[in-house]
Design a protein around this ligand. Sequence first.
Ligand code: GLA
Ligand code: ZN
Length: 669
Amino acid sequence: MEFGRMLHGGDYNPEQWLDRPDILDEDIRLMKEAHINCVTLGVFSWSVLEQSEGAFCFEWLEEMIDRLYREGIFTILATPTGGMPHWLTEKYPEVRQVQADGRRKLPGKRHNFCYTSPKMREMSGKIDRKLAQMSLRHEGIIMWHISNEMGGNFSDGACHCEQCQEAFREWLKKKYKTLEALNRAWWTVFWSHVYTDWTQIHSPVPHGENLLHGLNLDWRRFVTCQMTEFLKWEIASLREYSSLPVTTNFMYFFKNLDYYKMQKELDVVSWDSYPFWHKEKDETSMAVKAAACHTMMRSMKKEPFMLMESTPSVINWRINNPVKRPGMHMLSSMQAVAHGSDTVQYFQWRKGRGSFEKFHGAVLDHKNGGSTRTFRDVAGVGERLAKTEGLILKSCNKPEIAMIFDWENWWAVEDATGPRLDMDYKKTFLQHYRAFWEAGLDVDIVSMDYELTGYRIVAAPLNYLYRKGYAEKIEKYVREGGTYITTYWSGIVDENDLCFTGEHPLEKVLGICQEEIDAPGEEFGNSITFHGKVYQTGNLCEVIHSKGAQTISAYLEDFYAGAPAVTENCYGGGKAYYLAAEFEQGFLNDFYRGRALEAGIENPLRTHLPYGVTTALRKGEKDLIFLQNFNDSRVLVETPGRYEEADSKMIMSGEIWLNPFECKILTEV
Ligand code: GLA
Ligand code: ZN
C-alpha cells in the first residue's frame, strides 16, 4: 500500500471539541508545525454520527475532512463500531455480549458487541454504507480503519450468547459433518462425555466443560472465524460504494485472535504498539518484544505495515507509566520503520478533558500547546520521516531466516495439562527470536501455513502441534537444502490436539526419537557444554536418543547424563537441528549465530554488535540499514564497511559512535 508519503499522524477526536472552535483552529496550526500529514477520524464517533436510530449527522465530520485536506492532511476514516451508543444497546439488547459466566454485559465501555448478532450487523452495515457513500465526496479520505482493536476488551475473547452458541454448533457441523467424527476428534469417550446431540455442545466456560482440549481449540478457532466474519461484513458494507484500502488495528501478540487468519481480509496490516519502555534500565527485552511484533506484522503480508497507534509520551493503564526518556520517542518510532512500517501514528493527537483516557499521553497536553518536550519530539519524528521518505518508501525487509509462530500451536501448547502448567509459548519464542535480534539479523515471523521455500533457515521453537501437511512441508524444505531448527515438545499432537502415535512425524528428518520429557524441580538443574562453554538448561529437558543424528552436546547431569541435548542431522541437501532442552539465552545466542554463519548469513554491518544494539535491513533501490542503540549510553560499533548517514549525508567508516537511544539510518558506500 503506497500513499506516496510516510504517514505521520494519529487518532484525532474533534467531536469532543465541537463547542471549541478555537481548539480546532489551534489543532490545524499545530499539526502543520508537527509535520502531521494524516489523522484517523471517527474511531469512537457513533453516538455523534448517528444520534438516534437513522438520525445521521455527518456535517461536522465532512467539514473536518475537507478542512484538513486543504491543509495537506489526509484522513483515515474509521467505522465506529468500537463503541456502541446507548440508544442502540437500549433498543436492541441482543447486540450486547454475554460473558462466559452467562451474564449479559451492561451498556458502556467498548469492544463488547456480539459479533454474531444479526441486529448488530444490520446496524453497523447501515452506518458503514452511509459513511462509504459520504466518502465519495471527499478526496481527503485515503483509507478505511475497521472498528477498533477487535476483540480487545473481552475477558476471554468471546461472546457466549445463545446466538453465538448456535453459530458455534453450525460451524462444528460444517467442519465435522457427523457427531461421530467430532467425538473421535475430541476424544470424548474420556470421562464419558460422548455427545449424542449437537445441542449438548456449549462453549467452554468456567462453570462448565473447559477441560476438553479439542473443544477448547475449536472454540478459539470459531471465535477468530466469527470475528473475521464480522470484519468481512463491515468491509463488504463499505465496498458497496468505496474501493479505498481497508485495515483494522491489531494488538500485540494477542492470544484470543489468530491474526494470520484475519489479516487475509485486509489490504494492509496495521497495529498498535505500546511497549513498556523504562520498565527496567536494560531496555533490551522490551526492544526485542517490540521488534518481534513489528516483524510479525510485516511478515503477514511480507509488505510494509502501518504503526497505527503508539504513544507520543506516556500511557495511563499500567501501574506505573514512565514518560519516554529523551531519545526514546525517536528510537521507538524508527524501530517500527526499521522493521517495515511505512507510518508512525499516535494515540492520540490531543488529550481529552474527561473520562478514562484523560491522562493518556497525546501529542498535545491539556496545557502548553506546542511548547512541550513531547511536541518537539513528535515534530522531530515528522521532520525526519519527511526527509527520508524518498528512500524508505522504496524499500522493505527481505530476510533469509523465518521463524514459525502459530496461534493454534499457542492455544494448544498452553491449554495442555503437562509437562508443566506454566508453559509459555510467547516467552519461549521470544527467547529464540532474541538470539537473532542480538546478532542483528532480520527474520520473518510466519505461521505454519506459509511457504518456506527460499529461506535459508527456519526455526520453530516449541512447535507442539503439527497441522496436516506441515511435516511434509518441512521434510521437503530440508531435503531441498534448508536448515530447520526445532526443539523439545515438538510434533506431539495433530490439528485436533490428538497425540501422534508410532513415531515423531519428522523422525527421519530430525534423526532422533523422543522418549520422555522431564520438567525438573529447581534443585535438579542440568547443563551442557557447547563450543567449550558450559550452559544451563531450563525448565524442560527431553530425553531423546539418536536415530542417525549426530550429538553436538549431551546432558552433563542426572540419570540422563550423556544423552543427546543438541543434535544435528543431515537430510537430503539440508540439515535439521534438535534442541532437546530449554536453554539459557547465552546458548541460544551462540547456537543461532553459528547456524547463521554456516548458512552464510551476516548482519548488514558484518560485525559483532555491542549489547543492546541491533540492525534491521530494508532492501530497496538503496539498502537501508537501521542501526539502533537501546542503551541509555554512548556505544561504539566497529565495522569493516563505509557508510553514508541518510539524514546528515556524513560518511562514516571503521567506527560508528551511537548516542544514547539513537537510531542511525545508513547506506553502504
Ligand atoms: C488502544 C486503543 C485506543 C486507546 C489506546 C490507549 O490502542 O485502540 O483507543 O485506548 O489503546 O493506549
Ligand atoms: Zn453473541
